[in-house]
Structure formats: structure tokens, C-alpha cells
Write a protein that binds this ligand. Structure first.
Ligand SMILES: [Zn+2]
Length: 201
């Protein structure tokens, strides 16, 4: 059976320093390792990743990525590449998959509601010129006259429900093309859009 160094496993998941100690403590409590062991069986890695995802919220220090009060998981500060909210490579992968799915569905117009300036910027950069992207932000006047035409224009509308959005705006956003995304982050939104596209193909 193949195995790997526990320290490599932890650092590859973003856990270093105090974060690594917390992660190791969790694995010991769950019986996935025990104190003094330096290696872990490859067969356990899936369970380890599941346990990390359930127990910890890994976020970077960008203001947009700070944990929400409703997230009961223990917040752990990690480098941006491991951040659940903005984590570079995950976002890119998820957006590429979304673009493929939208192309297959024949859709090019995506309206995004909510999100932070940072996450909107990330999404825009990753989609650059390959998608028509519009936003309803905190600066959009939240009424039927402004939001209605945007909804009409879009082929799919995704609402980041965990960010602050005016109820007057969301009240207008109803119907079959509207999708609610409870999780924050570009990857979560892209994944939800991708799944919706697939359901119509
Ligand atoms: Zn981040």
C-alpha cells in the first residue's frame, strides 16, 4: 500500500504552522492517524479530505474571504492558493468547466447577483471575453426598472445568496433561469451554473 508523509499531506492542503497542528489534532481525534506517526496510507486520503472540508473553513486574508458568521466550521488562515473562497486554481478549473457547459447549452449571457468586488473581479478575469457577464451589485438600484431588464437579458442568472443583496432586487429575480448559490466563491458559483447547464442539455 502506498503512503505519504503526513507533513506533505497537510502542507498540500494549506495547513502549516498552527493550522497543521489543528489539522493533525482532528485526524487523531477521528482515528485517521495517531500521535507520533509520520506517514499516512494513501487509502485514507479521501477520508482525510472529507474530514478537513467538514471541520475547517480555509480562507486567506483578503477581506472578501473572511468567514461568515453562519459558518460553524473552524476558520483557518491559509495561503490564497488554498483559500476556499478565492483559491486560484480551483476557481480556474471550475470556470473553464462552466464555460464549456454554457457553450454546450448555447448560452452566452450570465447575470451574477451579489458577491464582493473581489470575487466579481476574479470571475470577470477568468471569463474574459468568453462570456457576456453582467452584475447586480450593491450599487445597482434595486427595483424592477433596473433589475428586470438585466434578468430579461440574461440566459441564466445566478444569485450569491450568502452575500448582502437587497430584498427589492431579489424579489424581481424569479423564474426558471434564476439559480441560487448558497456557497460563496467563484468556484461554487461556476459549479452551480455548470450543473444547471447540464440539466438543460
Ligand atoms: Zn481568499
Amino acid at each position: 500500500m502506498r503512503d505519504m508523509a503526513l507533513s506533505d499531506l497537510l502542507s498540500s492542503r494549506g495547513f502549516v504552522g498552527e493550522g497543521a497542528e489543528l489539522a493533525l489534532g482532528l485526524l487523531c481525534r477521528l482515528g485517521l492517524t495517531r500521535p507520533g506517526k509520520s506517514r499516512i496510507a494513501a487509502a485514507k486520503i479521501e477520508a482525510v479530505d472529507e474530514a478537513f472540508g467538514a471541520a475547517f473553513l480555509r480562507h486567506c486574508k483578503k477581506p472578501a474571504c473572511l468567514p461568515s458568521a453562519w459558518d460553524a466550521r473552524e476558520a483557518i488562515l491559509v495561503a490564497a492558493e488554498h483559500c476556499e473562497v478565492c483559491g486560484g486554481s480551483d476557481n480556474r478549473r471550475a470556470v473553464e468547466a462552466m464555460l464549456v457547459a454554457m457553450r454546450q447549452a448555447g448560452w452566452t449571457k450570465l447575470l451574477v447577483v451579489g458577491g464582493s468586488p473581489g470575487t466579481r473581479g476574479d470571475l470577470e478575469r477568468l471569463c474574459r471575453d468568453r462570456l457576456e457577464l453582467r452584475f447586480v451589485t450593491e450599487d445597482t438600484t434595486p427595483n424592477r426598472k433596473t433589475v428586470g431588464p438585466l434578468l430579461g437579458w440574461s440566459e441564466i442568472t445566478a444569485i450569491w445568496t450568502s452575500t448582502e443583496i437587497s430584498h427589492k432586487a431579489t424579489a424581481v429575480l424569479r423564474g426558471r433561469k434564476v439559480l441560487k448559490v448558497p456557497r460563496r466563491g467563484v468556484a461554487a458559483l461556476a459549479e452551480a451554473v455548470r450543473v444547471r447547464c447540464r440539466s438543460v442539455c
